[in-house]
Design a protein around this ligand. Structure first.
Ligand SMILES: *Cc1c(COP(=O)(O)O)cnc(C)c1O
Length: 421
């Protein structure tokens, strides 16, 4: 069976044929590839075609696919049993590694996904502050727990409506929205309701609406507001943790949040999330404290082994060198595209790059939507035909791994040369 056959069959038994929506490739007028294997920077589909992968499972595979040391760690752990429902030493090791990497994190709780991490961090912030409202940045993604699935309603930035059927109005009534990078809007929200706000949750670098970097002073402004009003600052570092820098975006920008959420890279490709922060807050989590949070498979030895192996290698990986290579590659890609008379913005940060087909720099969600999605679809399809696997949406960031070689970049640029708009 080829990808089309698998997709046809999958659509009859899995909603939309996929287990997470964007994989269906609707945004780019395509069908998904069904993947048979991945090695380093490359993946191979069920038809045996190889692609240079710039999705990397949406972030986790910073070391590339099936890194030998990570694979060995998983195999060795699996041979000893995959879950005990009782503590195991690897949980302590991974917790120590996370705490050592981020000074703001003094205690950490493992969960199974980024969604669980943000959901639990919000619950904790609400319990600590005895307040219900919280603010999220418009265009930031914090997983699919109900309180985060709010869309901006008409009129005021502060008015939110459910972003999907199935979420009651009441559940998002306490979700306040402020455009990412708009400190004045955030200040206005706090001036009006600051005494009722439990937390700001934000992606310190917005990497779920393409790639939007924080404006100078934005993150510090959020920190100051939280301090002034007694709210908690939650950095959702599910993407940026161990990617923006080993110590996350908070190390890079020098801001210390109260709570941090993790996922993706800390699981080394297995399902993991985590949340952590200052002891005074984390001590409130059950059973030390009264805030309930639990998970049958949380901290299982298999996922812990993958995370430990991944972070061990990342500790000595040259982030600066990769960042320099990605910046050079992205600049060349932008030049190749601009030579074709299409408008291009190409923000980069660390090992992320994002082609927006737009005349103007992209600083917020509204700017993101000024980009030309049709041009992106043309680009996506022709790149894929030439063996380049980009995220199937104009609003997703490109991911690069330590396994990507100069040859991978050269082949990608050659493919871009061939694209006709
Ligand atoms: C991916 C992501 C999540 C959700 O993580 P899942 O493991 O998919 O539940 C939350 N926040 C951010 C910033 C993410 O990128």
């Amino acid at each position: 069976m080829n990808s089309h056959d698998y997709f046809a069959k999958a659509q009859t038994i899995i909603p939309g044929g996929v287990n997470s929506p964007v994989r269906a490739c609707h945004n780019v007028d395509s069908e998904p590839l069904f993947i048979a294997s991945g090695k380093g920077a490359h993946i191979t589909d069920v038809e045996g075609r190889e692609y240079i992968d710039f999705i990397l499972s949406w972030g986790p595979m910073l070391l590339g696919h099936s890194h030998p040391e990570v694979t060995l760690a998983i195999q060795q752990a699996a041979a000893k049993g995959t879950s005990y429902g009782a503590p195991c030493p690897a949980e302590v090791t991974l917790a120590e590694m996370v705490i050592a990497a981020l000074p703001s994190v003094e205690m950490v709780r493992m969960v199974n996904s980024g969604t669980e991490a943000t959901m639990s961090a919000l619950r904790l912030a609400r319990a600590v502050t005895k307040r219900n409202k919280f603010v999220k940045g418009v265009g930031c993604y914090h997983g699919h727990a109900d309180p985060f699935l709010a869309a901006a309603g008409s009129g005021l930035a502060t008015f939110s409506i459910p972003g999907t059927p199935g979420v009651p109005d009441a559940v998002v009534a306490d979700t306040l929205l402020a455009p990412y990078n708009d400190l004045a809007a955030m200040q206005a929200l706090f001036a009006a309701q600051g005494e009722e706000i439990a937390a700001i949750i934000v992606e310190p670098v917005a990497a779920n609406m393409g790639l939007v970097l924080p404006k100078a002073g934005y993150l510090q402004g959020l920190r100051d507001l939280c301090d002034q009003y007694g709210a908690l600052l939650i950095f959702d570092e599910v993407i940026t943790g161990f990617r923006a820098a080993y110590g996350g975006a908070q190390a890079r920008f020098g801001i210390s949040p109260d709570l941090t959420t993790f996922g993706k890279i800390i699981g080394g490709g297995l399902p993991v999330g985590a949340f952590g922060g200052k002891q005074q807050y984390m001590r409130r989590i059950a059973p030390q404290g009264d805030v309930y949070q639990a998970g049958t498979l949380s901290g299982n030895p298999l996922a812990m082994a993958a995370g430990i192996a991944t972070l061990s290698i990342l500790q000595t990986s040259d982030y600066a060198a990769l960042e320099g290579r990605v910046a050079a590659f992205a600049a060349e890609l932008a030049a190749v595209l601009r030579a074709k008379q299409v408008p291009v913005q190409m923000p980069t940060l660390a090992s992320m790059f994002c082609p927006y087909f737009s005349e103007e720099p992209v600083t917020c969600f509204a700017d993101v939507h000024k980009a030309d999605a049709a041009l992106f679809t043309t680009f996506y399809k022709q790149m894929r035909q030439q063996g380049i696997f980009l995220a199937p949406s104009a609003f997703e960031t490109g991911m690069v791994s330590f396994a990507h070689t100069e040859e991978d970049f050269t082949r990608t640029l050659e493919a871009a040369q061939q694209v006709r708009f």
